[in-house]
Design a protein around this ligand. Structure first.
Ligand SMILES: *Cc1c(COP(=O)(O)O)cnc(C)c1O
Length: 487
């Protein structure tokens, strides 16, 4: 698939277009409702896109978690699922897939990624523990802190720059890592956490060269490497596309090398295999035994871990498909198309294009909205109102408050528009781009939000907000005037 390597197929005018390398065989009808109804839906949902009903959504770009399209082989594999509380053949098929694709022998199944984080945190984290990481993830940080850890992000300077051409913004800054170990002492650091395709800073990968360097230092201090592999396929693809040494390697070999460097690998199969579930794996029996007995307690018996056997079957097939470049390239090639088009139009988006989604910089988009009024939340609500496209706020609302009750202002205020694998077409992507461009021309109309109900933990999931003025009505009125109708 030479032509596909760069995120598309070359057209005769020289453009790389992300042609869908699959055909549609089952479809779901979508609803593009009039703007009046969308306005009411977002009000009912407390201006929080998590609280919308998909009945009111046109393109659901909230997340890639559990929303990727399954392949024909995955769906058909579900029919051969072997119902058994223990010893199910479905489980052994998944175990073989994990051994082959990730190269890890000992497997612990969990019902999703955060459940794996719970187990790992309970076993390896104590009061006073310090966890260096390239960047945190929401549920990861919550579990680690709940168990007493301090999470330190040791990314390089480029990581949180919106506009960059750094190929590996997810790298760990090696001098910061050395400093953290010197300052806190290796005995307080059970592991260094590396997140593949770093989610919260725009799906940005780390390089294998960086991973090897981190490993060298970790080995000197007898510290484990824990790899969050939820978006490992995309990270491997970027390594192939952007790291000279690997340009002729196969994805499967890059995956194996990444996992080989890590002592412990965990993942959300909601992302990595387009199914549900998750798991933890390692080649170290001692590490495995430390965690093993918590699985039946929190998840389910060792051969299902809270998943249905159907999901386990589909997960096994999905793991093998992750090594197929035409599968793994789907989402990044559409993201690249959207990011490059928006960037060309002068709209602030995170570059280079990463995994998971197109990330719009809300502070650049809405410079008149103070960060205390949640520009990324406001932009997410505004885009939904004018397009029916649902994104996710990844900024200060997704953060938390400090001991004094003040907001911890996020490094970046992003509107994330996820591209679940093989779900949306190019014309739908073009519709999204068109509406973002319209919104940018009318950005002065968008103002901020304030909390009216704020949960203490992970407030972004169920918190309710309200606009600081009647700006949503004004925005809707301008939309209707410009388009001459309500769609
Ligand atoms: C989604 C995600 C998780 C959590 O996984 P769930 O299956 O949603 O619980 C953990 N880490 C990363 C990097 C993720 O993207």
């Amino acid at each position: 698939m030479k032509n596909n390597g760069n995120g598309g197929i070359r057209f005769s005018n020289g453009e790389q277009i992300p042609v869908e390398l699959h055909k549609v065989r089952i479809v779901q009808k979508l609803h593009l409702k009039p703007i009046e109804e969308r306005l009411k839906a977002i009000e009912d949902g407390g201006f929080n896109s998590f609280l919308l009903n998909t009945e009111d959504i046109f393109l659901d770009m909230l997340t890639d978690s559990g929303t990727n399209a399954m392949s024909d082989n995955q769906v058909s594999s579900m029919l051969q699922a072997d119902d058994a509380y223990s010893g199910s053949q479905s489980y052994y098929r998944m175990e073989s897939a994990l051994r082959e694709v990730l190269g890890k022998h000992y497997i612990l199944p969990a019902h999703q990624g955060r459940a794996a984080e719970n187990i790992i945190s309970k076993v390896f984290i104590r009061e006073g523990t310090v966890i260096p990481t390239n960047y945190h993830f929401t549920t990861t940080k919550a579990h680690m802190e709940l168990n007493g850890a301090k999470v330190l992000e040791i990314y390089g300077d480029e990581a949180v720059k919106i506009k960059s051409n750094h190929p590996f913004k997810g790298n760990i800054d090696i001098s910061k890592l050395n400093r953290v170990i010197a300052e806190y002492g290796a005995e307080r650091i059970p592991f260094i956490r590396l997140e593949a395709s770093t989610n919260l800073i725009g799906g940005q990968p780390f390089s294998l060269a960086n991973m090897r360097e981190v490993k060298k230092i970790a080995d000197q201090h007898n510290i484990m490497i824990v790899l969050d592999a939820s978006l490992i396929g995309e990270n491997a693809l970027f390594i192939k596309q952007r790291e000279e040494e690997f340009k002729n390697h196969e994805i499967k070999d890059i995956l194996l090398e990444m996992c080989d460097i890590a002592d412990l690998v965990y993942f959300s199969s909601r992302k990595v295999t387009s199914t549900r579930g998750g798991g933890i794996c390692t080649n170290d029996e001692e590490i495995y035994l430390k965690m093993r007995d918590l699985i039946p307690l929190y998840e389910g018996f060792l051969t299902y871990g809270g998943m249905s056997v159907r999901e386990i079957e589909a997960m096994a097939v999905g793991l093998y498909e992750t090594t197929d470049e035409t599968v793994i390239n789907q989402s990044p090639s559409f993201i690249k198309y959207a990011v490059e088009d928006l960037d060309k139009a002068g709209i602030p988006v995170v570059t280079p294009a990463g995994a998971l989604g197109c990330h719009v910089d809300a502070m650049g988009f809405l410079p008149h909205v103070p960060q205390e009024e949640y520009p990324a939340g406001a932009l997410t609500a505004a885009l939904y109102i004018i397009s029916g496209c649902r994104g996710m706020e990844r900024g200060t609302i997704s953060s938390e408050r400090d001991e004094n009750g003040d907001d911890i202002l996020a490094d970046m205020e992003l509107l994330r528009l996820a591209f679940p694998r093989r779900v949306f077409t190019l014309s739908q992507t073009m519709f999204l781009i068109d509406r973002i461009k319209w919104l940018y021309e009318n950005r002065e109309l968008v103002e901020g939000l304030k909390f009216v109900h704020e949960p203490e933990v992970l407030r972004f999931f169920t918190g309710r907000l309200a606009p600081v003025s009647d700006w949503p009505q004004k925005l809707a009125a301008k939309f209707k005037a410009d388009f001459g109708d309500s769609l």
